[in-house]
Write a protein that binds this ligand. Structure first.
Ligand SMILES: [Zn+2]
Length: 83
């Protein structure tokens, strides 16, 4: 029986070189904190990815309606209907 290095409470088992004398509660808390941190990092990465995708797509040159001089739809039948 040892003492939890985190909370100072009783620790039943030695949990290896990583956790050493850490009670079950503190191990779980630490794991939860680690998972939460990983989630936050994931979220950040996702937001950065979405942001970069957005900036890339908006940076594209949009086709302007400047082709009116070169391209005129020729439909005489629609503009001058025969009686
Ligand atoms: Zn503890």
């Amino acid at each position: 029986m040892g003492t939890c290095q985190s909370c100072g409470g009783p620790c039943l088992t030695y949990k290896g070189s990583v956790w050493q004398w850490t009670c079950q509660t503190c191990v779980r808390l630490a794991m939860d904190a680690r998972a939460a941190r990983a989630d936050a990092k994931d979220q950040q990465n996702r937001e950065r990815l979405v942001h970069s995708l957005k900036t890339h797509s908006s940076g594209r040159t949009t086709p302007k309606g400047g082709g009116s001089d070169s391209y005129v739809p020729h439909r005489p039948s629609a503009f001058a209907p025969n009686p």
